[in-house]
Design a protein around this ligand. Sequence first.
Ligand code: UDP
Length: 261
Amino acid sequence: MKKGKKLYEGKAKIIYATQDKDLVIQYFKDDATAFNNQKKSTIEGKGVLNNRISEHILSNLSQIGIQNHLVKRLNMREQVIKLVEIIPIEFVVRNVATGSLVKRLGIEDGTVLKEPLIEYCLKDDTLGDPLIAEEHIYAFEWANKKEIEQVKKMILRINDFMIGMFRGIGIKLIDFKLEFGRIKMNGKNEVILADEISPDTCRLWDSITEKKLDKDRFRKDLGDLIPAYTEVAKRLGILHEQSNVSAVNVTKLSSVKKKIK
Ligand code: UDP
């Protein structure tokens, strides 16, 4: 697969064209941002781990019938994905109240929700991704009712699957963010899961110790982000071939190999 020109650069990923107009390459950067871009850093090896973790979760979701953009992982940092028209909404799914929800509504941090809560945010960095109501989506035609009904069904299945998957490896799925995109498949317009699912986009707490194994380590200056993401990858069974090699070393090894070639 030949990498063409850069089509888009976001905070954590870059999208490149390929010779196939329907496919693009998604490159995972090591950049980390938080609080609407006010806090920025580069964490060596983060992109490698997110590429692997997201590939693992999306391919598992595809096996339970959740259509998504992943075609295949190409290498340590890149995956081939289907080109979609991203719906400009961030769908936040919550099982336990924390983060912006507790600040906004004064709910006690860690409150377990009786049912999963879906929140909608407009994908607009200049506005700071504001929280919106479902009615705003229809009023401004960011998506139609049929699309949102489809998305909601998918979200609840994704949440059930991911809660179980993480519970099995001793991790609580607190909340996460999903994005969806429009695509024409066999002449029909469909909505499929897009973007990434990784510790950058989920809150993951160790079931016993409640240790944070996600991007809150960066947001809250807790340190040890790479060991936490590596722990998630190892528990998911992704890093078994190199269980004693950290992702940072893997990155270094791959650049050494490139130089030797
Ligand atoms: N989230 C994300 N990208 C965003 C905003 C949120 O991936 O631009 C994820 C975040 O990692 C968390 C969930 O969505 O798992 C809920 O985030 P919250 O609104 O509490 O975000 P905060 O303002 O605390 O970052």
